[in-house]
Design a protein around this ligand. Structure first.
Ligand SMILES: *Cc1c(COP(=O)(O)O)cnc(C)c1O
Length: 366
């Protein structure tokens, strides 16, 4: 059986280092907002190149907190609009609506699965305050045009970097190209904790201070509350694990890239559309390797019979979810086509060449 993602195997690669750290935190008696969180925040900021990194409870909270802090700082207010790609994972959209902001969906392009920048300007209204870009599947989305649209319209660019730690555009890491970025360290992400974890990176000190306070009951000083905050802190134990694993993120992303290249050159079947291999400026970290087929259901069943696990990211677009009834009447043909046809192949740093060859051979026989 070739598993879609073997988390046990992924983490056992670092068994000794992780077990030592777990024991150290356990014995220290200090479990929240201590040295491990501080250390991981420094490691992350250094890796991304940002001046601030703030550990939080999960990726959804990272995005919620960025928008919430913009509201607390008077940069945005309830009812303002945030542009977001229609085919993103629902968390990006939840972060917007949870803050009383209005998500305005924009189609992606079929070759990148990222937001179609040429569609953004026509969605801008006097209420638009930001663009939430999503580096989906590990592929950076950025362009001079996007920067120009944001600058000309006074919009904040918020990055959903949950799937793309290590990716870059023109040498700048995702997480450091917009105004603020949210990260997820959910166990299945490229940098995964042993439970929920997340972070925000930014170069905006004011924003960073507000996020830190809001995430800790709205307080900078114990029992003194500046905001009606929430409790969204990164655990010491997760921070300690992440400080071990961040040392290996580049080599693990490199292995993902090797596997992606094997798929791209090996899969030759007219029934299968491969993802575009990004060129020059764009460093892709292949969180997911997503193919498309008009016979997606048959293909998934066929692979399952050959003991190859695949997943669908994602089966139902956000605008068709019951959670967003107000969006249900809208149509996004490209987004809907993507949701009907995509299939994610196994890609993880612990897969060996033999397994990849088996998958390629199976796909070519379909
Ligand atoms: C995983 C993910 C999130 C949410 O992260 P959690 O840590 O699960 O809350 C947000 N956006 C995208 C694109 C994701 O893939």
């Amino acid at each position: 059986m070739i598993k879609f993602l073997d988390l046990q195997k992924i983490n056992l690669v670092h068994q000794d280092e992780i077990e030592n750290k777990l024991l150290e935190v356990f014995r220290s008696g200090w479990y929240l907002l201590g040295n491990e969180v501080k250390n991981f925040e420094d490691n992350l900021a250094k890796y991304i190149g940002s001046t601030h990194a703030i550990g939080v409870a999960n990726g959804l909270d990272a995005l919620r907190l960025i928008l919430r802090a913009y509201i607390e700082n008077g940069v945005m207010q309830k009812g303002d609009e945030i542009i977001v790609p229609a085919n993103t994972y629902i968390a990006s959209i939840l972060a917007i609506s949870d803050n009383g902001l209005v998500p305005v969906l924009v189609e992606p392009t079929l070759d990148t699965y990222n937001i179609d920048v040429s569609e953004i300007e026509q969605k801008i209204t006097p209420k638009t305050k930001g663009i939430l870009i999503v580096h989906l599947y590990g592929r950076a989305v950025w362009s001079e045009e996007l920067q120009k649209i944001a600058t000309n319209n006074g919009l904040k660019i918020i990055e959903d970097n949950a799937q793309s730690i290590g990716a870059s555009w023109n040498g700048i890491k995702t997480g450091n190209i917009g105004d603020a970025a949210g990260f997820s360290f959910y166990p299945g992400k490229n940098l995964g904790a042993l439970g929920d974890a997340g972070a925000v990176t930014t170069n905006d000190e004011n924003l960073a201070n507000t996020i830190r306070a809001v995430a800790n009951y709205g307080s900078t000083e114990k029992y003194v509350n500046l905001y009606q905050g929430l409790n969204s802190r990164l655990d010491e134990i997760q921070a300690a694990v992440l400080s071990v694993k961040i040392k290996y993120i580049d080599s693990e992303n490199m292995r993902r890239k090797e596997i992606a290249e094997m798929y791209l050159s090996g899969i030759k079947n007219p029934k299968i559309v491969l993802p575009e291999s990004p060129q020059n400026k764009n460093e892709h970290v292949w969180h997911l390797f997503v193919i498309r087929s008009s016979e997606r259901e048959e293909l998934q069943k066929y692979l399952a019979e050959k003991d190859i696990q695949t997943l669908i990211h994602y089966p139902i677009p956000p605008h068709q979810q019951k959670a967003y009834k107000a969006l249900n009447d809208l149509t996004f043909p490209i987004t809907e086509k993507i949701h009907a046809e995509v299939l994610s192949l196994p890609i993880s740093p612990v897969l060996d060449d033999q397994e990849i060859s088996t998958i390629i051979a199976a796909l070519n026989d379909f």
